[in-house]
Ligand binder design. Structure first.
Ligand code: CP3
Length: 354
């Protein structure tokens, strides 16, 4: 494998010194880029794009051609696992993800296949290998998965949800069934992330998009406990380097102390938590990733730069910051705004690393 030329991102996750704050964007390959829309049209639809390693590699690299990003993220989706468990994932245009089968009863949970990651999700692993080879050591590649709780919400609700009616009913009325489902998912996610690492992923992120819909005790029992189990089961070193893990619970800012006990090297923050406060609370134990509101990218360049400056100052001098948006970049953002953002992070952060 080619030697890594830019390892700022991996160093920052391990709280080691860097020359500038590294930056990447959640959903950096996506619909705001015209070249992405073109490749997706060529593939036919979103899932066909995910299942074609050459095209998945192409869209992974598109944002790196435009911007001076410090990491690439595998182009795929968190819902590949429930698909491989037999639920039949499809995307209705403009409606988000849907499943042909939903999981509502203990029998449904028992009927779920334990995915054979190497065969059923071979298209993901092939994409990881392809991307690593095409990156030629330019920047590290991030692998990812959804958290068991977040995957569970889509599987039990049958798609996106606002109130999580069915999964919360399962959690409160049939907690043993809920635990059985989450246990199966935690095993699948651990295997999945480890195969991504063996295929070449150099860091991994667990997306817990819906953990923040839970009360504190329920978050601990039904989301964090399973993410902790996954982190403890991960391969922690590959090709002579530490493989850092990042936990991102959207709306999880009040639970950072508990998340810092998970064994993950870094925590992702959405924009509702002040990064300087988060650093004072847990910065001696974990690195922090985030946390600009993606909507700032609708503002003029000077406003974007001011917000980058404010977040850098809030974190302060020293190690352990990976700059990112607090959630995925929106599809209606002008691509040039993303360039202003990335350049501002590099330019304005140098003084915090002297
Ligand atoms: O960050 C990246 O560039 C990597 C690619 C990536 C995608 N999805 C591509 C995608 C990643 C890391 C994800 C994760 C994901 N997928 C999450 C967790 C992160 C988050 O955003 O909270 C979730 C909840 C999903 C499930 C999912 N996939 C939804 C709800 C949707 C539809 C919503 C939407 O934005 O339209 C998707 C589709 C999806 N995944 C798209 C992309 C680029 C858009 C599909 C398209 O091209 O039409």
């Amino acid at each position: 494998m080619a030697e890594l030329k830019n390892d700022r991102f991996l160093r920052a996750l391990l709280r080691e010194p860097v020359d500038r704050t590294p930056v990447w964007m959640m959903r950096q390959a996506g619909r705001y880029l015209p070249e992405y829309r073109e490749t997706r049209a060529q593939a036919g639809d979103f899932m066909s794009l995910c299942k074609n390693p050459k095209l998945a590699c192409e869209v992974t690299l598109q944002p790196l051609e435009r911007y001076d990003l410090d990491a690439a993220i595998l182009f795929s989706d968190i819902l590949t696992i429930p698909d491989a468990m037999g639920l039949g994932l499809y995307f209705e245009t403009g409606e988000g993800p849907r499943f042909k089968k939903v999981v509502r009863t203990e029998e449904d949970v028992d009927a779920l296949l334990q995915p054979d990651v190497v065969n059923d999700l071979d298209y993901v692993l092939a994409a990881v290998r392809e991307i690593r080879s095409e990156l030629k050591g330019r920047v590290p590649l991030i692998g990812f998965s959804g958290s068991p709780w977040t995957l569970g919400t889509y599987m039990v609700e049958g798609g996106s949800s606002k109130d999580f009616r069915h999964i919360k009913e399962m959690m409160y009325a049939r907690p043993e069934v809920m635990h059985k489902l989450l246990g199966k998912l935690a095993d699948a996610v651990t295997l999945y992330l480890n195969e991504q690492i063996l295929a070449g992923a150099q860091a991994v992120q667990i997306f817990d998009t819906w953990g923040g819909a839970l009360s504190g005790p329920m978050y601990q029992e039904f989301s964090l406990a399973y993410m902790t189990r996954i982190v403890k089961g991960l391969i922690r070193e590959h090709d002579g380097r530490r493989i850092p893990a990042i936990l991102f619970t959207k709306n999880g800012g009040q639970w950072l102390e508990a998340m810092a006990e998970s064994g993950a090297e870094a925590l992702g923050l959405d924009w509702t938590t002040e990064i300087g406060d988060a650093r004072r609370r847990v910065g001696d134990r974990v690195a922090l990733q985030g946390n600009m509101d993606p909507s700032v990218l609708y503002a003029p360049a000077e406003r974007i730069r001011a917000e980058v400056a404010r977040i850098l100052e809030s974190f302060g001098t020293g190690n352990g910051h990976v700059f990112n948006l607090g959630h995925g970049i929106h599809q209606f953002v002008d691509p040039s705004a993303a360039g202003v953002f990335v350049d501002a992070v590099h330019e304005l952060s140098a003084e915090y690393h002297r």
